[in-house]
Design a protein. Sequence first.
Length: 189
Amino acid sequence: MRTLDQPRPLVLISDGEFRPADWAVSAVIVGDASYTVTQQLTGGIGSSPFRIMSHRLPRVAGSGGNTIFVTHIYLGASYTPSVQGAISAIDYREAGKIFSFPFPEAFSTTQSVVVQGGQIYRSTKFIRFSANNSSHDWETKTLSGLTAADFIRVGATRTTTLISLQVAAQCSLALPASTAAPTPSRPSL
């Protein structure tokens, strides 16, 4: 029997095939923005499969703008804290590449997401891939040691209770991609 002070084994949730049926996708779109998501069987790191996400943000005259925020939920694996143990921290790693450089300031922002009890919680920390200073090749970036304090419920206000990574609910890791700065306000933690 393991005691409470013994570390739990690491759990890895990963996707190496990127089959469309293994992902749920939803989007919040402002203006005339649009997106597509497809599976590519080769061309990733080591010529492996990958998901290609194309976001279209047409130029807008005046002070208006186009924004798109797409959430990708990986359905291929899950973790149930009530059965498998409490989550103390999440390390999120992603390989990304900007294929099209429509302007030098082009970028893509990624935040880790946890789905728990039917609610989506988005990390307040993010990864950014940008056209400026890009190697034009695959880059791997990491968010390490994310805890409950690093997540807010999507649509939450600053006073909303943060996620408890120790509750008895099913959790799925996911990745949203955004072509604009993160829209939720960062809460006072």
